[in-house]
Ligand binder design. Structure first.
Ligand code: ZN
Length: 219
């Protein structure tokens, strides 16, 4: 395992050394503090134990803010416009869900709203609520509960599945009429990229450790 002088407050070493077990070979070993950009590897098998990602809180804050802006655009502009003879239809995600409800598919309508609107909103909104003030060492009220909730929502945010679904549907709908891609679809692509980058920007363990340090300081 690479060892560095304590420079940053992650992982915490406030009450003596902490130990970590390797997920691959179960070897129990010291968990040293890491400089930004460095990673700790297992002393026995060499697998990655954890890493201190560079500018993790800044990345999580920046990408989740951008994701929220893209989310507003997704719901403001139509994703696709269908021209079929005299009929012209512009659809946003919510209008598509409402159309499914009217067509007698309430379960699918509710599921699509949950997977593509509610879960992603809780995910990026929660990450921004926790990560932005943590950059200044502050934990806002309920930050631990918010972290638990947005991490629960993470597997249920299915924006990329929805985007792929739209692209496949576009191929099928080409036979029905003229299809025009709207600003909402490009915003959806931006939202998918920013949401994935926001989540990848910070390690789960790191977020919890930094949150715990801030909460202990505020006691
Ligand atoms: Zn190992």
């Amino acid at each position: 395992m690479k060892r560095h002088l304590p420079a940053l407050s992650w992982p915490r070493l406030e009450e003596g050394p902490i130990r970590v077990a390797c997920h691959f070979c179960d070897a129990l070993q010291d968990a040293p503090r890491l400089h930004e950009g460095d990673a700790a590897h297992c002393c026995r098998c060499g697998e990655l134990l954890y890493q201190n990602r560079p500018r993790s809180l800044a990345r999580a804050t920046g990408f989740s803010s951008a994701a929220l802006i893209f989310m507003a655009l997704v719901h403001s502009f139509p994703s696709i416009t269908i021209d079929a003879g005299s009929v012209r239809r512009e659809l946003t995600i919510l209008e598509a869900a409402a159309a499914m409800w009217r067509d007698g598919n309430p379960a699918i309508s509710l599921a699509s709203v949950f997977f593509t609107v509610i879960a992603p909103l809780v995910l990026v909104g929660g990450l921004l609520y926790v990560a932005a003030p943590l950059r200044f060492g502050i934990a806002l009220p309920g930050a631990a509960a918010v972290t638990r909730w947005f991490q629960l929502c993470e597997p249920w945010s299915m924006l990329e599945v929805f985007l792929l679904g739209i692209l496949v549907a576009l191929l099928k709908l080409g036979a029905v009429g003229d299809i025009h891609l709207g600003a909402g679809l490009w915003a959806l692509a931006g939202l998918v990229i920013c949401t994935a980058s926001a989540i990848a920007g910070i390690d789960r363990l790191e977020l919890w450790d930094r949150l715990e340090i801030a909460l202990n300081r505020q006691k």
